[in-house]
Design a protein around this ligand. Sequence first.
Ligand SMILES: C[S@@+](CC[C@H](N)C(=O)[O-])C[C@H]1O[C@@H](n2cnc3c(N)ncnc32)[C@H](O)[C@@H]1O
Length: 279
Amino acid sequence: MTTDERNALNSAIASGDVQGRPPLTETEQIKAAVQEHYSKVADRGTEAGCCGPEATADDCCGTAANGLYDLDEIAAIPAEAAAASAGCGNPTAISDLKPGETVVDLGSGGGIDCFLASKMVGETGKVIGIDMTIKMVELARENARKLEAHNVEFKLAPIEAIPIPDGQVDAVISNCVLALVPDKPRVFAEAFRVLKPGGRIFISDMVTIGDLPPEVVQDAAQWVSCVGGAEDRDKYLQQIVDAGFEAPETISEVALSSGEGTTWAGSVYSLSLKAVKPA
Ligand SMILES: C[S@@+](CC[C@H](N)C(=O)[O-])C[C@H]1O[C@@H](n2cnc3c(N)ncnc32)[C@H](O)[C@@H]1O
């Protein structure tokens, strides 16, 4: 990791937990908890997973081994990328990516969806993975090296400020990431900004039907499990429209077992959608 990357990350998350700096805001605390958790996921691969060691196979954020991906898709990527997979869907499987296109993956983790996208866009295309967790970016870069995936690069950055100029990208993908971000409208606005007119987003994410109780929303463990920050589905879809996209198309909506035995059981879903920036 270069000094510039570390400085960029530090200023982006404004980490106030250093002596003499102001206390962390709520948003910064969430981001710090997310980074800490996903550093461990990068270290431990499937041992942790998005929902922690207690997760069941059909719990919120499955791993590649939980049936989100075809076996031939998993076989074609480094084992470490599959092991660190922490998604809740399979965005490239619902996409229409074409050879030669430029694709950005928001919250790319160990790179699984970038590597699948890289095969779809081919040598004339390009895939850029963005993630704010240093260990995830290091793991993804190592996976790209093993795979000799020359059309994939990984950038260390917050997806609230995508380090790409306006209108350069054909498609944005993302897998179980926005649920970890307090300011979702800002990320949708950034996705809209980097897309060319007619560009598409393909997102799999955790949402709720109705609002979660405050004790869940305020629980850091629920946040890093992609549950505490999951937005109400209708509000989430409206945020995408508010960013300028045409009405999103829901491709699938699958109820998850999160919160079993609680008053909010049955209200957490994995949503996969497509939306288009007007041409
Ligand atoms: C649940 S994991 C999913 C990783 C990957 N998409 C996959 O399917 O395996 C979430 C990833 O998003 C990253 N992330 C969360 N919030 C982010 C933010 N605001 N900016 C950049 N990356 C973020 C985390 O570091 C983590 O690698």
